[in-house]
Design a protein around this ligand. Structure first.
Ligand SMILES: [Zn+2]
Length: 330
């Protein structure tokens, strides 16, 4: 089975706890997107339940059914991919609870992996609280998130936090090279193998295009910005992805502006836009960046609630234009 990349110390600690039979019944795996949190959760379920002496072997009956996603005692709960919203509903949460009332099928330890747990609706979280606190014997919860700050405190307080970090640059460069991919993606992805793979898969170009469009309309009369928001956010297939991409693009540009403001122009993601980034850095750093970061977090929350993408983007870009124009006036 392929070796997991990075976060060795974090994994060693959990595996030791598993060996010694003293795992916390509810872990919260938190850290950046794409650094292997969910893979680690799955690997733990494989290891604990493997029937061979060389766990996880990947070939025994337990490993095979877990890998196929058909093991009745290893449940992964996520948002319904058929739906536009990225929500884990209260019904899904109640189904988990009902499932746990049944006898364990064959596993040594039953796993419930909720990924991402920040998608759990408030009603769903409340339904699960008691079970998270005191799950049936032999049940292991693993909650996965890259947005721990947005979780309900009641969920956070019932779990043991396990923090994952980015993968070290050299390790990720080697991993990418071994796959015939550009090692420069290690820096572009900020140490996230998952994100690096997505970038290699063409998302990089798409994001560059959105950044280009965005910079073309920012600071222009509002109707241009609104037509961009309308095009990106109009309700149709893929609108959530397009809106998210526009929010991501803005976030990247703000991060670049921070690099420029702190004398690290070499580290920016979008060096072709250094001119614009210098203007943003001078106008927005640090107060405006902080306020816009909050606006971005709010935008992501609203998207999660299925608010129309156009409305979300309009609010966000209006805030951006306001910050830029106030700085110009000051
Ligand atoms: Zn096995």
């Amino acid at each position: 089975m392929e070796e997991l990349l990075g976060n060795e110390a974090v994994r060693a600690r959990i595996w030791r706890a598993a060996d010694e039979g003293r795992m916390h019944h509810c872990y919260l795996f938190e850290g950046p997107e794409g650094v292997g949190k969910a893979m680690t959760a799955m690997r733990l379920a494989l290891t604990v339940n493997c029937l061979s002496d060389h766990a996880p072997c990947g070939t025994c009956a337990s490993c095979r059914t877990i890998l196929a996603g058909t093991h009745p005692d290893v449940v992964v709960v996520g948002p319904d991919p058929e739906k536009l919203t990225r929500i884990i509903t209260a019904d899904q949460a109640r189904a988990v609870i009902t499932g746990l009332q049944l006898q364990r099928h064959s596993a040594r330890r039953r796993f419930v992996i909720i990924d991402p747990v920040d998608a759990l609706s408030e009603e769903g979280a409340n339904a699960l609280l008691k079970t998270l606190e005191e799950p049936p014997a032999g049940t292991q919860f693993i909650l996965v998130t890259s947005r721990a700050a947005s979780l309900l405190p009641t969920v956070r307080s019932r779990s043991q936090r396990v923090r994952f970090g980015p993968v070290a640059r050299e390790a990720l460069e080697g991993w990418l090279s071994a796959r015939g991919l550009d090692p420069a993606l290690a820096v572009l992805s900020a140490g996230s193998p998952g994100f690096a793979l997505r970038l290699a898969d063409g998302e990089a170009q798409e994001r560059r295009d959105v950044v280009e469009q965005l910079l073309g309309v920012v600071g222009q009369p509002l109707h241009l910005l609104f037509s961009f928001s309308e095009a990106a956010g109009k309700r149709s297939e893929g609108s959530v992805e397009r809106t998210t991409l526009a929010v991501d693009a803005l976030e990247e540009l703000l991060r670049d502006a921070v690099f420029v403001a702190s004398g690290r122009e070499r580290d920016v993601l979008h060096p072709t836009h250094l001119g614009a980034l210098r203007v943003w850095a001078a106008a927005l750093h640090p107060g405006g960046i902080g306020r816009l970061d909050k606006a971005i977090a709010a935008a992501r929350d609203r998207l999660k609630l299925n608010v129309n993408g156009r409305v979300v983007l309009e609010a966000l870009f209006t805030a951006l234009n306001l910050e830029l124009s106030q700085a110009r006036r000051a």
